[in-house]
Design a protein around this ligand. Structure first.
Ligand code: SF4
Length: 135
């Protein structure tokens, strides 16, 4: 029996494979995730800093538009189990009918899981986004 809850939870059925094969699969998953069709289950680099964004100051103009983006959770986040993901699109962040993340407080537009928000929320820098969603 596999003790990996991600693999064990269905949708993923991986036989014993070599590290080299795992790397290839993770690389493929990364590409698929970038295409918006799959989550990445690989290790994230925790050494990189969070983006420096003053969300509080931007909120009036951006209306937390980044919290309507679709993105995959990391394997570690899925395993931790504190974030809701989309059951019909594993393991993307769960969103409601309005497209916004299920973790956002609608009246304040604040993240209810801020201290433990996903890595992609931490790393996203709207100032570097050419579409300038914060303006
Ligand atoms: S987890 Fe928090 S910061 Fe990330 S998209 Fe959801 S509400 Fe926004």
């Amino acid at each position: 029996m596999n003790d990996d809850p991600v693999i064990e939870s269905g949708n993923q059925c991986q036989p014993d494979i070599s590290d080299e094969e795992k790397e290839k699969i993770l690389s493929l998953m990364q590409k698929m995730m970038e295409m918006g069709i799959c989550a990445v289950y690989g290790k994230e680099d925790d050494g990189l800093p969070d983006a420096e964004v003053d969300c509080e100051a931007n909120l009036k103009s951006c209306r937390a538009i980044c919290c309507s983006f679709q993105f995959a959770l990391t394997k570690e986040e899925v395993q931790k189990g504190h974030l809701k993901h989309n059951p019909s699109r594993p393991f993307f962040i769960a969103s409601d009918a309005d497209g916004y993340c299920r973790h956002i407080e609608r009246s304040t537009l604040r993240c209810t899981v801020w201290p433990e928000r996903p890595l992609r929320c931490r790393r996203y820098d709207c100032k570097q986004d050419p579409t300038k969603p914060h303006l």
